[in-house]
Design a protein around this ligand. Structure first.
Ligand code: ARG
Length: 471
């Protein structure tokens, strides 16, 4: 492509380092879409003759069909997807293909491809997050009145509704959706027309190419346009947060599926066996969910490091933006694809959860609150409840296993109604504060979460606009 200036051939060892075609071939569709818009604009503005633009467009469309059928063959010597496709276009339509690269550089071209890729992938990831949220909602709907110990410091703390616990993940994922939407908005701008960095002398219409691609606008500054990868970092950050959330969910399922907890039975289809121990049913799916967060965090940090201290404008360093991004996309899809059906088919062991609540002193706060309602200052109530927990623990019984005289010995204000208050189901029911674990409150939160997941996207449609499919 640059033969004019060079006398010697490129050393083959350079190709191995320099070429990006082994991985950027993945941008074939985005690159052809970008070229189609560019060629259309070149023809419309008269920068190239309309019949030349037509020939180029026909050639590009044929290449797109070949790409979709997997019929394109790329060469390492052609370095990247852009030069490979240009060579294939020239082979197909002859020298007129050489006019496509008028008023364009690979610098604005590759930036455009990445914008289109991030925009598309953010959409695909959001759809899969929605599927996982629906699986969680489905389980939550079935388990409003299933209670388990809520934990702090991984110690049984207070009884909570299982639905309430699962909804916490739905809301974490809801924030992830917003972050992916933000990355999508950041990618929704066209760098095409920036050329190598300085713009072009040709009378281009970059707004037209942006519009043809459905992008919201163009960069105000061509130097920024070719060197900006913030949108890719936004995506990697959104993906890192998502994976961090999924790793927490994964970890809880691993814990809950353990023999020690026994809160959940893994569905056979999403569990794995041991090659030596016949009794084993392992939570590999959830362990890998936990572990795969690491590589995604790494990709975020790798790209931050590539960009750190990078002078303007385009530098070949920017080619390193791709592999981590691709691996992130693949990892996120692979994990979400399996997590949604796995969560959907988990069998929660309600009896084991209730037993864990009963075998704990998770109702000690109820006792303290009971005394507060009788006018005792909370600090004193806390101390009295603590003494009763110690007494019960010494005898190896739950709080409700103590006779009334023992309660009265610690505080004469305690009456027989204390036993109702200590009932863990009652303890959950009475937590009616907003966002709390009370059954009715959780039902309200469920409806709210359903609305967030299945309702119209915030700000996605102008107020009052008709929405055909109900979303
Ligand atoms: N393969 C390159 C990349 O991914 C394309 C842009 C190359 N531009 C250049 N001036 N060498 O960044």
């Amino acid at each position: 492509m640059w033969g004019g200036r060079f006398e010697a051939e490129t050393d083959p060892r350079v190709h191995a380092l320099n070429a990006s075609i082994p991985f950027d071939r993945r941008l074939v569709r985005e690159d052809l879409e970008g070229s189609l818009a560019h060629a259309t604009m070149l023809g419309e503005t008269g920068i190239i003759a309309p019949e030349d633009a037509e020939a180029i467009i026909a050639g590009l469309k044929a290449l797109l069909a070949d790409a979709e059928a997997g019929r394109l063959s790329f060469r390492l010597e052609d370095e990247d997807i852009h030069m490979n496709l240009e060579r294939l276009l020239l082979e197909r339509i002859g020298p007129v293909g050489g006019k496509l690269h008028t008023a364009r550089s690979r610098n604005d071209q590759v930036a455009l491809d990445l914008h289109l890729f991030v925009r598309r992938q953010a959409e695909a990831v959001v759809e899969k997050i929605r599927t996982l949220q629906r699986a969680l909602l489905h389980q939550a709907e079935a388990h409003v009145e299933t209670i388990l110990p809520g934990y702090t410091h991984l110690k049984r703390a207070q009884p909570v509704s299982l639905a309430h616990h699962l909804l916490a993940y739905v809301w974490m994922l809801e924030r992830d959706v917003r972050r992916f939407r933000a990355a999508q908005t950041a990618a929704d701008v066209s760098p095409l027309g920036a050329g190598a960095l300085a713009g072009t002398t040709h009378p281009i219409d970059p707004h037209r190419t942006a519009a043809l691609l459905g992008l919201a606008g163009i960069y105000p500054n061509s130097i920024d346009a070719v060197s900006d990868r913030d949108f890719a970092l936004d995506f990697l950050y959104a993906a890192s947060m998502l994976m961090m959330h999924l790793s927490r969910l994964g970890e809880e399922i691993v814990l809950w599926a353990s023999d020690e907890f026994g809160f959940v039975e893994l569905p056979d289809a999403f569990a794995t066996g041991s090659s030596i121990m016949p009794q084993k049913k392992n939570p590999d799916v959830f362990e890998l969910t936990r572990a795969k967060s690491g590589r995604v965090f790494g990709h975020l940090f790798a790209l931050l490091t590539v960009l750190k201290g990078l002078p303007l404008a385009y530098n070949k360093d920017l080619q390193e933006d791709k592999e981590g991004l691709f691996d992130t996309v693949d990892t996120v899809h692979r994990v979400l694809d399996v997590l949604a059906p796995a969560v959907e088919t988990l069998r929660f062991r309600s009896e084991a959860m209730l037993r864990a609540v009963r075998e704990s002193y998770a109702n000690a706060t109820e006792l303290a609150d009971y005394l507060v309602r009788k006018g005792v200052p909370f600090r004193d109530a806390h101390a009295a409840a603590g003494r009763l927990v110690r007494l019960a623990a010494d005898r190896g019984v739950p709080l409700e296993g103590l006779p009334l005289e023992d309660f009265k010995a610690v505080s004469p204000l305690i009456g027989p109604d204390v036993y109702t208050v200590l009932d863990p189901v009652e303890a959950v029911r009475r937590r009616t504060s907003p966002g709390g674990t009370g059954f009715d409150e959780v039902r309200r939160q469920l409806a709210q979460a359903r609305q967030a997941v299945d309702g119209p996207a915030p700000g996605a449609f102008p107020a009052g606009a008709p929405v055909a499919d109900g979303r």
